[in-house]
Design a protein around this ligand. Sequence first.
Ligand SMILES: CCCCC/C=C\C/C=C\C/C=C/C(=O)SCCNC(=O)CCNC(=O)[C@H](O)C(C)(C)COP(=O)(O)OP(=O)(O)OC[C@H]1O[C@@H](n2cnc3c(N)ncnc32)[C@H](O)[C@@H]1OP(=O)(O)O
Length: 289
Amino acid sequence: MNIIRTVRSVAFSSIPNRTLSTTRSLSTPSAQYTAFEVNDKTGIATLTLNRPPVNSLNLELLTEMRNCLKDAETNKCKGLIITSSSNSVFTAGLDLLEMYQPQDERVKSFWTALQSMWMELYGSKIPTAAAINGHAPAGGCLIATACEYRVMLPNFTIGLNETLIGIVAPKWFVSAFLNVVPRRVAEQAITQGKLFTTAEAHNVGLVDDVVNTKEEAIAKCEQFIGSFKNVNPYARALTKQQFRIKELQELEQQREKDLQIFLGLIMQPSVQKAMGIYLEGLKKKSKKQ
Ligand SMILES: CCCCC/C=C\C/C=C\C/C=C/C(=O)SCCNC(=O)CCNC(=O)[C@H](O)C(C)(C)COP(=O)(O)OP(=O)(O)OC[C@H]1O[C@@H](n2cnc3c(N)ncnc32)[C@H](O)[C@@H]1OP(=O)(O)O
């Protein structure tokens, strides 16, 4: 892959207890919806989702996320932090327009890219952390739970709300959720399509910490990644793999079947109708604001 390296100075003087540092921006020429930077001092990479207005995950954004993750691993970064350029939305989850009245080849590529992105993030060798600085419904929650650590800003929402749209959270969405939330809480919440407030999410373990600003959230993620500084990275990666291999193998072996189930479900006229009504509701709400 053709990686452009630019060196960009970032003054951290406004942030207390931090020495001046630099970040390298590594970005592919085609990067449109993401910013990817590596802090030269800490070796930690930050992937910022930047697809206004709500960072909905379309094929291109998913592909860029995969490229960033690959860059972070190839460049032997100490860890990866995922955050958003928006002040109110981490990501609104999957781009509903990819699934509503879709084109056959595009929707297949879209779902396949989502599967790959999730497997690569969930199984990443390097420590991963989500600085959730906005709402994180459905696919947003999927990204957060694929990471090893989550910190969230107050008064936002997170959860798997698929049933409210008339769709179903696939098993692999649920499996990562179950890593952090007790089974009983998860079953009730996911069947109800419940979105947890930040405080509720913290209470059930869906997020590890709550802080007031994005800067504090990034610092918490850095602290989490830094906690592995005396741990052998190879031993760490293999240990992480032991915890996550079952879900990864399950999806890898069932990829084609998972795709066919997804297509079968979203192409049902009743599901298309429900999605259309949901989208219409979002648009009406957006116009009122
Ligand atoms: C066993 C069998 C298993 C088979 C599995 C099969 C199928 C499962 C398939 C998929 C799983 C699905 C996962 C998903 O992620 S679906 C997406 C779920 N996301 C949501 O429900 C969030 C919807 N959005 C919101 O609630 C709000 O937008 C927000 C995130 C809270 C932000 O609110 P805000 O007020 O800031 O923004 P607006 O609501 O005004 O939105 C602005 C603008 O964006 C459009 N938009 C919002 N979300 C999406 C989205 N997810 N996709 C596409 N577009 C979105 C919204 O319509 C507005 O558009 P406009 O043109 O009016 O400006």
